[in-house]
Design a protein around this ligand. Structure first.
Ligand code: A3P
Length: 295
């Protein structure tokens, strides 16, 4: 069974999670974790379901927005995705098609039917230095966060895997295994930095992967709607007082859209922090097939 645990380091940095089977889940993960994981495993998947999968702060909202436009054929902005992780199964089951789910878990935690090829999976990855900067600025905007840490403390937590959803390196390792072993053709791997550099070609590839029957003009519109600037502006415009984020931010604004850049970590890391990060990164990623662009 899951238990709420609070861990502190000697400097007072704090991580609060639901710990289950030695793994860290977000505190608002449904119930005792075990039962919800079992319900997800058995969930009925529809042919037009989409699963957006990511480590936190890696472009979840971006990928969700792109796929929801491509799946619906409309350039309407739909706010934040519905997570498998923190929504009751009854609600997930009853969502109208096309359903687009997000999760910060890895492939092994998807519904069995998705792991057997039903529905489409978009897995997005981002360089971890920008991930940790994005996370740092994100948690500072929240009134209640599972992590309360200084910048230096957060880097240490990140590199030692004391994070909600566990270590970024373990997340990548789990996906390496999937890449190697899974023979299905319903996963598309996306890299944040590559999307940023050429969004139009990604929109086209995603449309073809999702089987979206759309013309060139629509793909141009989706590309335009999903630039960082336009998504950030749209998010502010359409943010409703009822949105989930209102509960966690006293500013009552969406804490997601910040800079949307590659390499903002250069404005945050000290030389010593960067050396420490590089040392751990080189060691942990030495056999990895993932390569990331850091600037
Ligand atoms: P920054 O904090 O570096 O700006 P997630 O949705 O997984 O929580 O990720 C949030 C990060 O994705 C934030 O990064 C956010 O600005 C960035 N992002 C959101 N939409 C984007 C877009 N259209 N283009 C580039 N980055 C985007």
């Amino acid at each position: 069974m899951a238990e709420m645990v609070e861990e502190r380091d000697e400097a007072g940095n704090m991580l609060q999670t639901k710990k289950y089977n030695g793994e860290y889940f977000v505190s608002h993960f449904i119930g005792n974790v075990k039962d919800h994981l079992a319900a997800i495993e058995e969930m009925e998947v529809r042919d037009d379901d989409t699963f957006v999968m990511s480590y936190p702060k890696s472009g979840t909202h971006w990928t969700f927005t792109l796929s929801s436009m491509l799946r619906t054929g409309e350039t309407t902005y739909h706010g934040s995705p519905t997570f498998l992780d923190f929504n009751e199964m009854e609600m997930l089951k009853n969502m109208p098609s096309p359903r687009i789910f997000a999760t910060h878990m890895t492939f092994d935690r998807l519904p069995k039917q998705a792991r057997e090829g039903k529905g489409k999976i978009l897995a997005v990855f981002r360089n971890p230095k920008d991930v940790v900067v994005s996370l740092h600025t994100f948690i500072k905007k929240l009134d209640h966060s599972d992590i309360i840490a200084s910048w230096d403390g957060l880097i240490k937590f990140f590199l030692t895997g004391k994070m909600v959803y566990g270590s970024w390196f373990d997340h990548i390792k789990a996906w390496e295994k999937t890449k190697k072993e899974y023979k299905g053709d319903n996963i598309m791997y996306l890299i944040y930095e590559e999307m940023k550099q050429d969004l139009r070609s990604h929109v086209e590839k995603m449309a073809s992967f999702l089987g979206a029957d759309t013309g060139k003009e629509f793909l141009d519109q989706v590309t335009e709607k999903c630039t960082f600037g336009n998504m950030a502006a749209e998010a502010t415009k359409t943010f409703k007082p009822s949105d989930q984020w209102k509960e966690v931010t006293s500013t009552k604004t969406l804490p997601i859209y910040r800079k949307g850049q590659i390499g903002d970590w250069l404005n945050h890391f000290t030389v010593a922090q960067n050396e420490y990060f590089d040392k751990v990164y080189e060691e942990k990623m030495k056999d990895s097939s993932f390569t990331f662009q850091f600037k």
